[in-house]
Design a binder for this molecule. Structure first.
Ligand SMILES: Cc1cc2nc3c(=O)[nH]c(=O)nc-3n(C[C@H](O)[C@H](O)[C@H](O)COP(=O)(O)OP(=O)(O)OC[C@H]3O[C@@H](n4cnc5c(N)ncnc54)[C@H](O)[C@@H]3O)c2cc1C
Ligand SMILES: *[C@@H]1O[C@H](CO)[C@@H](O)[C@H](O)[C@H]1NC(C)=O
Ligand SMILES: *[C@@H]1O[C@H](CO)[C@@H](O)[C@H](O)[C@H]1NC(C)=O
Length: 498
């Protein structure tokens, strides 16, 4: 049985696909990441007419795992087939075990839900989210989009965006020079979106100095190798999945054994060979050399079991992913309101922040709802209202991401007493208890009123979907880095971030 997904109190009436009247709004979505695909499904459900463009020739099921928060999966209640499949591909009864990098076990395997309960989670409450295999989740979304008959045009690389106020259209130009128009364009084309030129708010990527080696390969390889099997097995009885974390000086590794797939991720200092590209693979020799030469490990090397795992990773599997930082910026909508950015195109997250997929999906749900509430006569209000409902929340989630990353790769690991809590990204309830669809229906009007009056975003009388008590002030990565270099801990700001 699928999880009972809690319905939050709201005046929203949730309806399945086919029950909303046709809005006659033509929506053009650029990009088939989780943001774009969710926007396609939710726009269809809300009665809009959807077309999707993707630059690649076909779907890209690259990647290993990401965290999907509860706030991004509540909408499956409208999509029973996806709810069922999500349950089937999800980790159930997941275990966690914690080591020092050298293989000393710090905490014996425990069920994740029991660890959560030990930290105060109420009995029987759903987990705040779960690690999901990207290839499986991604395929699930693509299949649903296809089943709904939503056209995805592959090999459509967008080179520019435009809008024409007099004709009330937004549009894009593709690499073949053709122009394509719609009533509204949703830019879901990821970091470095081509919509930045029109929308403004271009942010420079800054090197964090860190990168990740990441790999996913069939679990069969572990099973068929006696040495690997000894350490990297799933839990018995019942072939249950297990996450193992390894905490080292200024670094960490995270692995996942499930009965179909083995994943490992190692955080490391950049060497120049990394790229912000999920296709960018390197040789295992480079990784082994890097592991051997890590600083502060002269007499205390990585666990031999981890080295063995890397040695047995198939060729062309290890991705070397650069971790880049970008400042939050509130400019997600084009000057005339016909092009709106969602997901990584609007705000980027480090993959270690547990938020990228979740916030992209939330954005998609919110924009589809806002367009439905406003209707065809109010598209340019709807896109702006959407940003008012989403910006502060995202800026807080981004900041939390830096704080989580800092926790995990803090160079002071040797000094602090290792606590499992430290190695776990913070997942506060203001993040996972949110419902972006209900929020849009409950507060669209208030936000539209604030927009009309020219109020600052936070002056809208709307309960916070960010840390309660938080007062928004612009902040920048430069300041965080500068503070860090002076030994000043990252200051999340006012409010309840717990
Ligand atoms: C192949 C891939 C693998 C990933 N693997 C992981 C992972 O293992 N772990 C993790 O934490 N995160 C991973 N991510 C990132 C994560 O999916 C995103 O950060 C998050 O889900 C937000 O998604 P998004 O839809 O905003 O952007 P993205 O997922 O980046 O999707 C953007 C889409 O737009 C398309 N696109 C880009 N430019 C253009 C253009 N000019 N014209 C037309 N189409 C364009 C891209 O091809 C892509 O399909 C991966 C992303 C991709 C694309
Ligand atoms: C990544 O791989 C996909 C699928 O093989 C390909 O279509 C795409 O062009 C590649 N993208 C990048 C950025 O290298
Ligand atoms: C949409 O626009 C119409 C026409 O301007 C207006 O009468 C209506 O109140 C608007 N609806 C919403 C929900 O903003």
């Amino acid at each position: 049985m699928p999880h009972a997904i809690p319905t939050l109190e709201s005046k929203m009436e949730a309806k399945p696909v086919g029950s909303y009247p046709d809005t006659k709004i033509d929506v053009l979505i650029i990009g088939t990441g989780l943001g774009g695909l969710t926007a396609a499904l939710e726009c269809k459900r809300k009665g809009h007419n959807v077309t999707v463009f993707e630059r690649n020739a076909t779907i890209n099921t690259a990647g290993d795992m990401y965290f999907m928060g509860l706030s991004a999966t509540r909408f499956f209640k409208h999509w029973p087939d996806m709810a069922k499949r999500y349950y089937e591909i999800s980790l159930h009864n997941c275990w966690i075990e914690t080591f020092q990098h050298n293989g000393n076990r710090m905490f014996a395997p425990a069920l994740a839900r029991e660890r959560l309960r030990a930290q105060g989670a109420p009995e029987g409450s759903p987990p705040p989210g779960i690690f999901q295999m990207r290839p499986l989740v991604y395929k699930m979304f693509v299949d649903e989009v296809e089943k709904q008959g939503i056209p995805i045009h592959y090999n459509h690389r967008v080179v520019d965006y435009f809008e024409d106020e007099s004709r009330q259209k937004g549009g894009v130009i593709t690499a073949d020079g053709k122009r394509h128009e719609a009533d509204v364009v949703i830019a879901a084309d990821g970091v470095g979106s081509k919509s930045q030129a029109l929308v403004g708010g271009v942010v420079r990527a800054k090197a964090s100095g860190r990168a990740m080696w990441r790999a996913a390969f069939p679990y069969k390889i572990v099973e068929e190798h006696p040495e690997l099997k000894k350490f990297w097995s799933v839990m018995q009885p019942g072939d249950q999945p297990i996450v193992r974390t390894f905490l080292g000086p200024g670094t960490y590794a995270l692995t996942l054994s499930r009965k179909d797939v083995m994943v490992w991720i190692i955080n490391h200092a950049t060497t120049g060979s990394e790229e912000e590209n999920w296709n960018h693979t390197i040789s295992k020799e480079e990784v082994l050399k890097g592991l051997d030469e890590m600083p502060y490990m002269e007499n205390d090397k990585w666990a031999p079991e981890l080295i063995e795992l890397v040695k047995n990773t198939p060729d062309n599997t290890i991705v070397n992913f650069d971790l880049l930082w970008r400042d939050p910026q509130p400019q997600w909508v084009s000057p005339k309101g016909r092009v709106v950015q969602i997901g990584d195109a609007a705000h980027s997250y480090l993959p270690s922040s547990s938020s990228g997929a979740t916030q992209a999906i939330e954005d998609a749900i919110s924009i589809a709802s806002c367009l439905q509430i406003g209707g065809k006569a109010n598209i340019t209000t709807a896109t702006r209202v959407h940003v008012r409902l989403r910006f502060i929340r995202n800026s807080c989630a981004q900041k939390l991401g830096f704080s989580n990353a800092e926790l995990l790769q803090s160079t002071d690991w040797n000094k602090v007493r290792i606590e499992p809590r430290l190695a776990q990204p913070k997942l506060p309830s203001w993040i996972f208890s949110h419902d972006p669809e209900a929020h849009a229906y409950d507060y669209y009007e208030t936000a539209a009123e604030g927009l009309k009056k020219g109020l600052a975003i936070q002056k809208d009388d709307i309960p916070p979907n960010y840390p309660p008590g938080y007062k928004y002030e612009p902040w920048s990565i430069d300041k965080i880095i500068e503070d860090a270099s002076k030994g000043i801990a990252l200051d999340l700001g006012e409010g309840d971030w717990s």
